[in-house]
Design a binder for this molecule. Structure first.
Ligand SMILES: NC(=O)c1ccc[n+]([C@@H]2O[C@H](COP(=O)([O-])OP(=O)(O)OC[C@H]3O[C@@H](n4cnc5c(N)ncnc54)[C@H](OP(=O)(O)O)[C@@H]3O)[C@@H](O)[C@H]2O)c1
Length: 240
């Protein structure tokens, strides 16, 4: 296992975040599940024994109040917003702002307050940022979402640089499509999904657990010399 203290997981009321809570809790980790939907978090807490902490990633005040004094050893920045499917020619710039505000700015705010506590506690730590294949290659319709995840990737690299001297590792994972609420409306359409899968060596969608397991590995002591990486979890799609 090799987790040295409590792990905060944002987006825990969603598909991948909840799977990550279940995975880590099953391994005996102390998990703090966060999101905005208290009912979903409560159900997850009853199921797994995790703690819950609701806050809004778009508000610095909300993030500071929630985690300003929180003792954590690990963080998974999994909260995210899909926004719109649009080209650079027809994007709604208000949607762009919102996508950036949750996926990049929100993750940076969590990193800002959580890492201060990790440094104060002096036990090192690990952060995993949930990026996307959309940050590694150009995907049609993904101007806002891909840009927000590319910004997140820079947050990963610079945070790895700045937090490394405190023994805090920072890594990113880049999932392909998982059929959660966020993705089904687009990738679930046969004319979109089928040509995409024909180009992917493994030729199928990922499951939530297939994202949770690599996140858990990057948090664990098994990854103790890994920092600043971008790990695709994409069935080989971005390698081709
Ligand atoms: N599904 C995919 O195909 C896929 C592929 C690659 C990467 N990803 C990334 O994986 C992560 C999880 O995705 P998912 O598919 O599990 O999505 P999901 O089921 O739609 O869950 C999204 C999560 O983000 C939280 N969230 C959104 N806006 C928030 C805000 N303003 N403040 C606090 N929490 C907020 C939601 O919380 P509430 O509902 O409680 O507000 C929810 O827990 C995201 O970062 C996503 O970009 C997903």
């Amino acid at each position: 296992m090799g987790y040295q203290g409590p792990i905060l997981i944002t987006g825990a009321s969603g598909g991948i975040g909840a799977a990550t809570v279940r995975h880590l809790a099953a391994e005996g980790a102390e998990v703090i599940a966060s999101g905005r939907n208290r009912d979903k978090l409560k159900a997850l807490a009853e199921e797994t024994g995790c703690r819950l902490l609701a806050f809004d990633l778009t508000s610095e005040e909300s993030v500071r109040e929630a985690i300003g004094g929180l003792d954590v050893w690990g963080v998974v920045n999994c909260g995210g917003y899909g926004g719109e499917i649009a080209t650079p020619m027809d994007t709604d710039i208000d949607v762009f702002d919102k996508v950036i505000s949750v996926n990049a700015r929100g993750a940076l705010l969590v990193t800002k307050y959580a890492s201060r506590n990790m440094i104060r506690l002096g036990r090192g730590g690990a952060i995993v940022n949930v990026s996307s294949q959309a940050a590694l290659v150009a995907l049609k319709g993904h101007i806002s979402y891909g840009s927000s995840k590319a910004a997140l990737d820079n947050i990963t690299r610079v945070s790895a640089l700045e937090l490394g001297p405190y023994g805090i590792r920072v890594n990113g994972v880049h999932p392909t499509v998982v059929m959660t609420e966020m993705s089904a409306f687009y990738w679930g359409r046969p004319e979109i999904g089928e040509p995409f899968l024909r180009q992917m060596p493994l030729g199928r969608w990922a499951t939530e657990e297939e994202i949770a397991a690599p996140i858990a590995f990057l948090l664990s002591d098994g990854a103790s010399m890994i920092s600043g990486v971008s790990l695709p979890i994409d069935g080989g799609f971005t390698a081709c």
